[in-house]
Design a protein around this ligand. Structure first.
Ligand code: PBG
Length: 333
C-alpha cells in the first residue's frame, strides 16, 4: 500500500526531514549489530594473519587468530561467524576427501572456537571448491559437474562439521537435492538442532572473484559454474530454488550476491516470510573499499548505506566482510 499525500502545501514531505530528531522518529529501517554474520578465512599455521590483496583489510588467519577474531566479534555483539578454509595445495584433490576429514581446517577451527567462545554461532560452508583440484563445487567427471555423487559427499562434509560443533551449515554448492539429503542425515545422526542456512538463490556471478583468490580456488577453476549456479537474468528460477530448499527443510535462506540482487531479496521475503539473508560478497566489498582507498567514496558512509539497503529489501541479516568495522561504528554511535 502506498499512501497518497495531501496536495501541496498541506503535505510538505520535507517537514519530517528538517531535524535529526524528526528524521530519527520516522526512520523505517535500521541496521543493528545483531543483523551481521562475519565471513572469515582460515589457514594453517600459528599467529598468522596473511592479507588478501584483492580484499584490502581482510586476512587469512591461522586457527589461533580465528579464535581471537571470534572473541572480538562476540564482544562486539556479532552473533555469528562463518568459516572458509584456504586449503594446502597438497590437500586439493579430485576426490576431495579432505572436505569431510574430521581434522580439516574448518573442523579444527570449529572445535577451537566452540571451546573458547561458545556463545558465538559458528556457520560453515558446504561445497567442494576449497578442496577440489579443479576449483569446482562438485566432483568433475568427464568435464561434467556431477550432481548426485556430489550430494553424497556434501552430506559427509556437513556431518563432519556438525560433529565438530557447527551451529549452522551453509550449503553453497547449488546441487539439486542437497538440502533434503543433508536434513535427513543430520536427523538420523542425532544432530537435530543443527540449522541449515541454504545458499538457495545463488547466482553465477562475476562478483566472487576476490573470494576465489582468498580460498585459492580462482587460479585452479577450470571453466565456469554456469551449469549449477543460477543465470543472473532469472528471477522466477531463483524463487523456485528458494521454495524447493524451504520445502526440503532449510531453516533459513540466502540470496547471493547482494547489492545487484536486492529485488530477489524483497521477493523472497514477501513470498516466503522465512528468515532471509543476503551475502554482500567479496567483489562488492572490494569495489567499495577500492573506491574509498582512492578517495572517490566515503568508505564508512557507503558501507553503512549498502548494508541498510539489505534491511530495507527485507533481509533479516547480512553476511559481510565489513561486520567488525560496522559493529565498531554502531557501538560508537
Ligand atoms: C563456494 C563459495 C563462493 C562464495 C562463497 N562460497 C564462491 C563461488 O561460488 O565461486 C563467494 C563468497 C564471496 O564472493 O564473498 N562455494
Amino acid at each position: 500500500m502506498t499512501r497518497t499525500p495531501a496536495p501541496f502545501p498541506a503535505a510538505r514531505l520535507r517537514r519530517l526531514r528538517r531535524t535529526n530528531a524528526l528524521r530519527d522518529m520516522v526512520q523505517e529501517h535500521r541496521l543493528g549489530v545483531a543483523d551481521l554474520i562475519w565471513p572469515v578465512f582460515v589457514r594453517d599455521g600459528e599467529g598468522v594473519e596473511e592479507p588478501i590483496p584483492s580484499m584490502p583489510g581482510v586476512a587469512r588467519r591461522s586457527i589461533d587468530r580465528v579464535v581471537r577474531a571470534a572473541a572480538e566479534a562476540a564482544e562486539l555483539g556479532i552473533p555469528a561467524i562463518c568459516l572458509f578454509p584456504y586449503t594446502d595445495a597438497a590437500l586439493r584433490t579430485e576426490d576431495c576427501t579432505e572436505a569431510w576429514s574430521p581434522d580439516n581446517l574448518t573442523n579444527r577451527a570449529i572445535r577451537a572456537i566452540k571451546a573458547e567462545v561458545p556463545e558465538i554461532a559458528v556457520m560453515t560452508d558446504i561445497a567442494l571448491d576449497p578442496y577440489n583440484a579443479n576449483g569446482h563445487d562438485g566432483f568433475v567427471v568427464d568435464g561434467e559437474i556431477v550432481n548426485d555423487d556430489t550430494v553424497a559427499a556434501l552430506v559427509k562434509m556437513g556431518l563432519a562439521q556438525a560433529e565438530a560443533g557447527a551451529d549452522i551449515l551453509g550449503p553453497s554448492d547449488m546441487m539439486d537435492g542437497r538440502i533434503g539429503a543433508l536434513r535427513t542425515a543430520l536427523e538420523a545422526a542425532g544432530h537435530r538442532d543443527v540449522a541449515i542456512l541454504s545458499y538457495a538463490a545463488k547466482f553465477a556471478s562475476g562478483f566472487y572473484g576476490p573470494f576465489r583468490d582468498a580460498v585459492g580456488a580462482g587460479s585452479r577453476l577450470v571453466g565456469d559454474k554456469k551449469t549449477y549456479q543460477i543465470n543472473p537474468a532469472n528471477r522466477d528460477e531463483a524463487l523456485a530454488c528458494v521454495a524447493r530448499d524451504l520445502a526440503e527443510g532449510a531453516d533459513m535462506v540466502m540470496v547471493k550476491p547482494g547489492m545487484a540482487y536486492l529485488d530477489i531479496c524483497r521477493a523472497v521475503k514477501d513470498r516466503f516470510a522465512a528468515p532471509t539473508f543476503a551475502y554482500q560478497v567479496s567483489g562488492e566489498y572490494a569495489m567499495l573499499v577500492a573506491a574509498a582507498q582512492n578517495g572517490w567514496l566515503d568508505g564508512d558512509k557507503v558501507m553503512l548505506e549498502s548494508l541498510l539497503a539489505f534491511r530495507r529489501a527485507g533481509c533479516d541479516g547480512v553476511l559481510s566482510y565489513f561486520a567488525p568495522r560496522v559493529a565498531q561504528l554502531l557501538r560508537a554511535g
